[in-house]
Design a protein around this ligand. Structure first.
Ligand SMILES: C[S@@+](CC[C@H](N)C(=O)[O-])C[C@H]1O[C@@H](n2cnc3c(N)ncnc32)[C@H](O)[C@@H]1O
Length: 832
């Protein structure tokens, strides 16, 4: 260790004296003590390695703090005087010999903690110091990664320098927690800082670059301009303006087009230049003239050359192709030159070097073009596969009777096509949906087998994508868990959601058509039986199929048929619950939440208070004689008042607006139903990740208008609600009343006894009763609090009321409390 003068700059500070006092070999001992106080790693360690340990104060602290029988090994360039319970040896920690010696001392054991407090050549030259210190740190970390056990701790000293962040980055790759701290005993003037890395990840394989100073501390190179991006992805505009490129301050750059043909880096030219000019110079340019006359130099090429900054990917490609053709023609291409090469002698070897360069360039362009082509076909394959998947999904949905053949026709041929909605041609052609599905399925399968070859190629990227998606899902899941741990509302929401998903018991036996499945049918069909053709009821087969869609199931048309006088029962879900599983489409299940609640709250409220509209004649005058929606139309969970009416309260301004609009006949119940067929009702959530759905649910809902009157009404309602005492307050008041009644009863009994006593005079009786009453009244009143005033400052030795104190008070001694406690303690002790 470098010898330091123990004077100046407060070297002989309190830590120095304390170290002397406690017998530590260096004041550095307190740094470890303070670090351990904060992170508590020594008590948990059984094996410790101290790198750069001389004179040995950290080893002393470790030996004191770690459990007995622990193994402590210390190493330093300088000799370390023997320390009880510590093995020390002299070696350079950067050498293999040192590593081998450590291995012999630790045997098969792994260290729980590795300490490093190394400081080479301290004080020679700051820049030099910092760098070699950083290198030493990296070396010590190399040893730590070899000897630390998984989850172990590495404590190291680092100097704040330009390499500090690089080191921290490396630590963070290898440890789960990395914290930098400066213990109080470390001098403020010192640039040293201690980094405590906990939770060693013990990776099976480690990138050697992590521990290579050349890589870790490499100066970051100025990025070369990415001309490839400019040329092959010109549509992607840069968000940030980066100003002029270094050393290039002209706005408009123009070069002769011959330069573009000759260059070995055409992409750099396309990425940096504004115009490729065909204009002849004063002396005339032969190459330019030849280029100008070439048939390959089309008008399109000329236009492209006129302004390179407005070109897209396609135009750039045209220019590159044109360049290749021209070079070919002029014998400049790699092919032509190769032929020439074969003939030429050794003398031309130098030229060959140049040719190799140019061939590289050609290859680069060819490769780039190939890459673009591949990318294009990959995108097409992907789109095709997606389309197939969608079709397959559609077919399963059809088997579930969630859609009709019209939808498939619509998808296949577009809205104006033959199979568009309402043409019913697709249904006409095929008699049985099962047939349609089989036919469709075959078609999809055939296409799939065509694509299978392509898919094998794509499999790798798909696997990666799937893995990434799974990882994202897991991350989202843990993020949700963390949020739920902190927020009870979220936990409740999750519980509700789970309950909702549990509630559906799947298809009941009744739902399954008896003859839909036979023994030989596939599992899919068993799970999702193909539905039967709907009953025609006097309609054509196509019309019956059309009206058999789920969207027509909830409209209560049949009820209307049965009983024209009955009020619309918007809440009529009882039949749905028993009839069919929750299918897609704008059923009530899929109606947006605000509308659902608005319907739930507004309809009965409106019907209870004012009027109920007849479904068959919504234009008619309100019929006050009609009863509110019958209990048969209520759901089992809707609470009922004793009089049989629904106990539903309007609590949102939205619902209030709907109720008011219904009551004032501004809207009709039918409008509400119409309104529920909006873009939010048909959310296809299949295959969408949960995080996306959660996020979308927050925003993807219709914004319904709120009237000022409704908002004011709800505000008033809430105000009245808040003004009511809460249950606890009511209970407390009740208890108080009960106690007062009990006291009165007691008093009454005592007075009766007193009155019966003949030995007491009337006057005494009256006095006793009034005394009893006064006491009873006093008991009922809350006790006035006695204010304790400490006899301090102006109150010391004060007789009489202290200033600013109202009501009862007591002057107490400042030490009184402590004395009283001490007395009590003493008494307890004596008792024992
Ligand atoms: C600040 S002192 C360590 C103090 C020690 N932690 C203690 O508590 O006594 C720094 C030590 O690092 C040692 N050192 C520097 N380079 C080293 C190397 N390459 N190998 C081993 N020790 C080295 C020096 O010899 C010096 O003793």
């Amino acid at each position: 260790m470098a010898i330091q003068k123990k004077h100046g700059k407060g070297r002989l500070d309190k830590w120095y004296r304390l170290a002397k006092e406690k017998g530590y070999r260096a004041r550095a001992a307190f740094k470890l003590i303070q670090l351990n106080k904060k992170y508590g790693f020594l008590e948990k360690s059984r094996v410790l390695l101290d790198l750069c340990a001389a004179p040995g104060s950290w080893c002393q602290v470790a030996a004191e703090t770690m459990p007995s029988q622990s193994l402590i090994v210390g190493v330093d360039l300088a000799p370390i005087k023997a320390i009880p319970r510590v093995i020390t040896f002299q070696s350079d920690i950067t050498t293999d010999k040192c590593r081998a010696t450590i291995r012999t001392h630790l045997k098969h054991l792994k260290a729980d903690t590795v300490l490093h407090d190394g400081a080479p050549n301290v004080g020679v030259a700051w820049v030099q110091d910092a760098f070699s210190q950083a290198e030493l740190v990296l070396q010590s970390m190399k040893l730590a990664t070899e000897f630390l056990k998984e989850g172990g701790t590495f404590v190291t000293k680092v100097f704040r320098s330009k390499d500090y962040n690089a080191l921290l980055w490396v630590f963070k790759q290898l440890f789960s927690s990395v914290e930098a701290t400066k213990p109080p005993s470390s001098r403020n003037v010192s640039a040293e800082i201690f980094v405590v890395c906990r939770g060693f990840k013990a990776p099976k394989r480690m990138d050697p670059k992590f521990l290579d100073p050349k890589h870790v501390f490499a100066e970051v190179q100025e990025p070369t301009p990415n001309n490839e991006a400019k040329v092959f992805n010109p549509e992607k505009k840069k968000r940030k303006r980066e100003g002029y490129e270094e050393g290039d301050y002209t706005q408009h750059k123009e070069i002769p087009v011959s330069e573009f043909i000759h260059t070995t880096d055409p992409i750099a030219i396309l990425g940096t230049v504004n115009k490729l000019s065909f204009e002849q110079s004063a002396n005339g340019d032969l190459a330019l003239a030849a280029l100008d006359r070439l048939p390959e130099t089309t008008q399109e090429v000329r236009e492209c050359c006129a302004d390179l900054k407005v070109l897209g990917k396609k135009e750039f490609r045209t220019l590159l192709r044109w360049r290749l053709k021209v070079r070919d023609k002029f014998g400049m291409s790699s092919k032509a030159k190769k032929e020439q090469q074969e003939v030429e002698t050794n003398k031309e070897e130098a030229q060959e070097v140049a040719e190799v360069e140019s061939m590289d360039d050609e290859l680069k362009i060819q490769e780039e073009l190939q890459r673009l082509k591949d990318q294009d076909s990959k995108e097409k394959r992907k789109a095709r596969r997606k389309e197939n998947e969608r079709k397959q999904k559609e077919i399963v949905r059809m088997q579930l009777h969630m859609t009709t053949p019209h939808d498939i026709g619509l998808d296949q041929e577009g809205p104006a096509g033959e199979g568009a909605m309402f043409t019913l041609n697709a249904a006409k052609r095929v008699q049985d949906p099962a047939e349609i599905t089989d036919a469709q399925m075959d078609e999809v399968n055939a296409q799939e087998s065509d694509d299978s070859q392509d898919e094998v190629e794509d499999e790798d990227s798909d696997d990666d994508g799937d893995r990434l998606e799974r990882e994202l899902d897991m991350l989202y899941e843990s993020y949700q868990q963390r949020r739920e741990e902190a927020d009870a509302k979220l936990r409740a929401k999750r519980a509700r959601k789970e309950k909702e998903t549990d509630e559906w018991d799947g298809l009941s036996d009744e739902d399954k058509p008896g003859d839909a499945t036979t023994d030989g049918e596939s599992d899919v069909e068993e799970a999702f039986p193909v539905r039967q053709f709907p009953k025609s009821d006097g309609l054509s087969t196509q019309a019956a199929m059309f009206f058999d869609q789920d969207i027509f199931q909830d409209l209560g048309i049949e009820d209307e048929h049965d009983d024209n006088d009955s009020a619309i029962a918007l809440e009529d879900e009882s039949s749905d619950q028993t009839k069919s599983p929750p299918l897609k489409g704008p059923s009530r299940e899929n109606q947006p939440q605000p509308l659902k609640s608005a319907l739930k709250k507004a309809q009965p409220a409106a019907s209870q208070r004012t009027k109920v509209y007849d479904a068959s004649d919504s234009e008619s005058e309100p019929d006050t004689s009609l009863k509110p929606a019958s209990s048969a139309s209520t759901r089992p969970e809707d609470p009922l008042l004793p009089n049989g009416q629904l106990d539903i309260d309007i609590i949102t301004a939205e619902a209030m607006t709907v109720a008011q609009d219904l009551a004032t006949k501004r809207i009709k119940p039918g409008d509400l139903v119409d309104d529920s067929f909006n873009k939010y009702s048909f959310r296809d959530v299949d295959g969408l990740p949960e995080w996306f759905l959660n996020d979308e649910t927050q925003h993807s809902k219709p914004q319904r208008p709120i009237s000022a009157a409704a908002a004011a009404a709800i505000k008033e309602k809430m105000r009245a609600l808040n003004a009511r005492p809460i249950k606890k307050v009511r209970e407390a008041k009740g208890r108080k009343k009960m106690r007062a009644a009990a006291r009165l009863e007691k008093l009454r009994k005592k007075s009766a006894l007193l009155l019966d006593d003949e030995g007491v005079s009337e006057k005494d009786k009256a006095a006793t009763i009034s005394r009893l009453m006064a006491r009873a009244v006093k008991k009922g009143k809350p006790k006035e609090k006695v204010k304790l005033v400490v006899a301090r400052g102006p109150n010391r030795g004060l007789s009489g009321r202290p200033r600013g104190v109202k009501g009862k008070y007591k002057i107490v001694d400042a030490r009184l409390k402590k004395d009283v406690r001490a007395e009590k303690r003493l008494k307890r002790k004596l008792k024992k």
